[in-house]
Design a protein around this ligand. Sequence first.
Ligand code: NAP
Ligand code: GLV
Length: 320
Amino acid sequence: MKPAVYITRKIPAEIVLKLEEHCQVRMWYQEDVPVPRDVLEQEIRHADGLFCLLTETIDRKLLDKSERLKVVSNMAVGYNNIDIEAAKEKGITVTNTPGVLTETTADLTFALLMATARRLIESSDYLRNGDWKTWSPMQLTGQDIYRATIGIVGMGRIGASLAKRARGFDMNILYYNRSRKYELEEEFNMKYTDLDSLLRESDYVCIMTPYTPETKNLIGARELSLMKKTGILINTARGGIVNELELFRALKEGEIWAAGLDVFEQEPISLDHPLLTLQNVVTLPHIGSASIRTRMKMADLAADNLLLALQNQTPKYVVV
Ligand code: NAP
Ligand code: GLV
């Protein structure tokens, strides 16, 4: 008998077909919203494999309901939505999709940096709202990017791709990471610093670590107070790494100059969130990896990981 797989959202048809060659597939396809928890709790009971997204909380309580689950395949590189310890204890394999989204996410991070520095969204709205009456010397002026200092917090796959882009803009590159990357330092001519020095010296601070107990609220009131008044914070990693209420205060009081955010503590962010009242914040709906080609690659890799685990082979990317 073919193994049973549950997919928590409608994914491209070719990926479903690929899974159907080897598995009995059920899928939450009713609406493009996260599968309701009670449906997921029901479906996980008899599933051998789960194909899920970062919108699903795969906690111990959920895993406890599974009777024969072998693998949870997350269509994302970040896996903070999954209780890894619980999965490990239960002998459930967890897989993710690193690599295939690295360049696309670095592109978006740099695009967000540029949009924030040069006030692109605000300027576009200015034109469309009919506020553009004339060219004026200091109208909508922003911050320079070329030869500025970028501080990258988290020098992993995406951090390194971001450094590569920064080199193209002749930027001075600082980084902070839990381990030093000597080869990358040489390749990108960048300097390792402690976090406080990076915050003090950078014009742009880009967050690129995973979301873990150690990185929760890594950037709070004290850290923001160390940044330059002209400093810009870019977060395309995970919302909880930056304390949003402290960020709002720092932006409102002019402690830092602007922020570009692709990720939030609560997603979707509530429309009455104070951050959305500020002009000096560029906000995106978690689209870091959202190119057609990359999302297809992520879905394909997540399917391959799932199939290999169900066939008792080692998937390409195993978390536990
Ligand atoms: P990665 O290759 O694992 O890089 C993460 C880096 O962070 C590693 O170099 C790691 O250090 C470092 N790190 C971990 N904990 C740290 C800590 N406490 N202090 C300092 N550095 C720490 O991951 P990646 O592929 O670059 O992805 C990074 C994150 O980006 C993902 O986890 C995900 O949350 C986010 N992401 C967001 C989007 C989006 O759509 N916005 C898309 C893709 C990814 P070591 O080298 O010592 O391990
Ligand atoms: C997206 O945020 C990912 O972790 O892949």
